[in-house]
Design a protein around this ligand. Structure first.
Ligand code: GLC
Length: 533
C-alpha cells in the first residue's frame, strides 16, 4: 500500500502542548513560546507532525488562558514581540505544523466587547452576550448550571440583568445567534490563518448555540453527589442545539479559504451525536476529537466495544480521531498504571485515525498531587474535595535531572513530578526500554507502514483481558495483540495465518521473533505482528 494522497492531518500524529508547562525561557516559572521553540528538535526526534498549543492569547488567566481579553494578541507571560512568528517559521522549516486553540464560546469579562456590553442596556454590543431579566422572584432566568459548579447566571447590578456563563463568571458566553459576533470571530480566525497557523482546535464547539427560548434543563435522575454539580441537569437546552451546525459549517468555510488547514473540534458527546460534527456533507469539523478512550473502562472487551461502535458510527470518508489524554483529564498513566500506559500507547498508535498525544504522556508521567495551598484551577476551588482539579495533569515537563528538571531556573508555577530525577526526557532517551522510546518506535512504524494509518480495522478476538485486531490492506496484514491482564496469556494466531513476525513489543525486547500458531504474551504486554502468508 502506498500512502494515499490525503491531508497532512489524516496521516499525521498530533501533540498537545500546555504552554505554561512545556519549557520556561525567562525564569518566571511559567513556560513560554521561546521555550517551545527551543524544544522543537525534541518534537522532531519524537516524530510528531503537528503541535496544538492551548491558548496563548492575552488573558487575565482566570481559566488558564481560556478567558481571552484580546484574541489578536499574545499574553506577555508567553512572550511578546516576534516570538510567535519565529516559532511558526522554525516549526515550519522543520516540517512541523502549528495548531492554535480557538475559544469562541466565551471571552474574558475583561474583553472590551464585554466591558461595553455590560455598560448599559442600549450599548451596541449589549446583544453580543446573553443577557436576561431576572426570574419573577429576582433569581436567575433559568436553572442552567455552570460547568465549574453553581448557577450559570451572574447578576449585574449596573443594568439589573443576568448574563450567562457556561464556565467561570469571568467567562461570559458570547451570543452566537448575533451575526456581528460571528463576523468578528471569523475575522479572528482569518487573522491567525493569514499569519500562517495550520489550523485550530475549537474549544467547546458543541456549546456555542443555546436554546432560543432558554428553557429549563431537565433533571438528571442518575446524578450522584460525587458527580460534578453541572451534571445535576441534562444539558438539553444549553448544548448541542441543532443550529450549531450552521456555525460549524461557517467555521469550516473560513478555514477552507486557506489551503491545507485543519479544523479540530472539542466535542464531549456520545458517539452518535459526536459524528454529526463532521458536518452536513462532511463540510464541518475535519476531526471532532473522539474522547472515548479517556472514559473507557480499561478492559479489552470495553475497548473492543468502543472501537467498533465508533467505526460503525463514522460517516463515509470521515477521518477518525483518537485521544488518550488532555489538559482537562487525569493522565493515562494514572488511569491505567505504568505498564497499562504502554499498552495504551500501542493502542492509540495502531488504531485507524489521527492520534493525539498529550505532552508528558510519552514519558509515562502521572498526575502530580497538588497541595491545597498551591491549587490554581478554579474548578477545584469551586468544588473542593472531589478531585475535580486539573492541575495534577498540567505540571511542568521534566527535561533532565537538574534543578526543576530543566523546566525553569525560577520557581515552577506548579510542582514537578517527584520522580523527575529518573522520569525525564534525558533519562528516558538514554534508556532503550523506556516508554519514550516506545512512543518513538510506534510513531516511526506508523510513518513507515501506511496500513497502520489507513488499513482496514477489524477485531479478531476479544475477551475481558485480551484484545486482538487486524490492520490490513490487500495481502498485507498486521496483527495487534494487547494483553490488559497482569498475568501471562496465550493467543492463537487467526485461522489461515500459520506464522507471524513480532515487529514490536511494548517491552521493546522481542523484535523479529518468529511465532507459529500460538503466541505467549507477558503480563500487560502488547505486540505488533506482521502476519506471514
Ligand atoms: C475546554 C477547555 C478547558 C476550559 C474550558 C472552558 O473544555 O479544554 O480547559 O476550561 O473549555 O474554556
Amino acid at each position: 500500500m502506498q500512502f494515499p494522497d490525503v491531508a497532512w492531518w489524516q496521516k499525521g500524529v498530533l501533540y498537545e502542548i500546555y504552554p505554561r508547562s512545556f519549557q520556561d525561557s525567562n525564569g518566571d516559572g511559567i513556560g513560554d513560546i521561546e521555550g517551545i521553540r527551543r524544544r522543537l528538535d525534541y518534537l522532531v526526534w519524537l516524530g510528531i507532525d503537528a503541535v496544538w498549543l492551548t491558548p496563548i492569547y492575552r488573558s487575565p488567566m482566570a481559566d488558564g488562558g481560556y478567558d481571552i481579553s484580546d484574541y489578536r494578541d499574545i499574553d506577555p507571560i508567553f512572550g511578546a514581540g516576534p516570538g510567535f512568528d519565529r516559532l511558526l517559521t522554525e516549526a515550519h522549516s522543520r516540517g512541523l505544523k502549528v495548531i492554535l486553540d480557538f475559544v469562541p464560546n466565551h471571552t474574558s469579562d475583561q474583553h472590551v466587547w464585554f466591558i461595553e456590553s455590560r455598560s448599559s442596556r442600549d450599548n451596541p454590543r449589549r446583544d453580543w452576550y446573553l443577557w436576561h431579566d431576572p426570574a419573577p422572584d429576582g433569581g436567575p432566568p433559568n436553572n442552567w448550571r455552570s460547568n465549574f459548579g453553581g448557577s450559570g447566571w451572574e447578576y449585574d447590578a449596573t443594568t439589573g440583568q443576568y448574563y450567562y456563563h457556561a464556565f467561570l463568571r469571568e467567562q461570559p458566553d458570547l451570543n452566537w445567534r448575533n451575526p456581528e459576533v460571528r463576523k468578528a470571530m471569523y475575522e479572528v480566525l482569518r487573522f491567525w490563518l493569514h499569519r500562517g497557523v495550520d489550523g485550530f482546535r475549537v474549544d467547546v464547539l458543541w456549546l456555542l448555540i443555546k436554546d432560543d427560548r432558554f428553557r429549563d434543563n431537565p433533571a438528571n435522575r442518575a446524578w450522584q453527589p460525587n458527580q460534578p454539580d453541572v451534571d445535576r441537569l441534562l444539558q438539553r437546552y444549553s448544548a448541542d442545539r441543532p443550529e450549531i451546525h450552521d456555525v460549524v459549517a461557517e467555521i469550516r468555510n473560513v478555514l477552507d479559504e486557506y489551503p491545507d488547514r485543519v479544523f479540530i473540534g472539542e466535542v464531549y458527546l456520545p458517539v452518535n451525536r459526536l459524528v454529526s460534527y463532521y458536518g452536513r456533507d462532511m463540510k464541518g469539523a475535519h476531526l471532532p476529537f473522539n474522547f472515548q478512550l479517556i472514559f473507557a473502562t480499561w478492559a479489552a472487551a470495553e475497548i473492543k466495544r468502543i472501537t467498533e461502535e465508533y467505526e460503525a458510527a463514522l460517516p463515509n470518508g470521515a477521518a477518525p480521531s483518537w485521544v488518550l489524554g488532555n489538559h482537562d483529564q487525569k493522565r493515562i498513566a494514572t488511569r491505567v498504571g505504568a505498564s497499562g500506559a504502554r499498552v495504551a500507547a500501542m493502542l492509540l498508535l495502531t488504531l485507524r485515525g489521527t492520534p493525539t498525544i498529550y505532552y508528558g504522556d510519552e514519558l509515562g508521567l502521572t498526575d502530580v498531587p497538588i497541595p491545597p495551598k498551591v491549587v490554581q484551577d478554579r474548578w477545584e476551588k469551586n468544588e473542593p474535595g472531589f478531585s475535580r482539579g486539573r492541575d495534577p495533569a498540567r505540571t511542568p515537563m521534566p527535561w533532565d535531572h537538574s534543578m526543576n528538571a530543566g523546566f525553569t531556573t525560577g520557581t515552577p508555577w506548579l510542582p514537578l513530578n517527584d520522580d523527575y530525577q529518573i522520569r525525564n526526557v534525558t533519562a528516558c532517551l538514554a534508556d532503550q526500554g523506556s516508554i519514550l522510546n516506545l512512543y518513538r518506535r510506534l510513531i516511526g512504524l506508523r510513518r513507515t507502514y501506511p496500513e497502520l494509518c489507513f488499513g482496514r480495522f477489524a477485531t479478531v478476538y476479544a475477551d475481558p483481558d485480551l484484545l486482538a485486531f487486524e490492520r490490513s490492506h490487500g495481502d498485507v496484514r498486521w496483527l495487534i495483540v494487547l494483553n490488559f491482564a497482569h498475568e501471562q496469556r496465550q493467543f492463537h494466531l487467526p485461522p489461515g495465518s500459520p506464522s507471524a513476525l513480532v515487529v514490536l513489543s511494548t517491552c521493546l525486547d522481542r523484535e523479529n521473533e518468529h511465532v507459529r500458531v500460538a503466541l505467549q504474551l507477558r503480563e500487560s504486554e502488547g505486540l505488533i505482528l506482521k502476519l506471514l502468508p
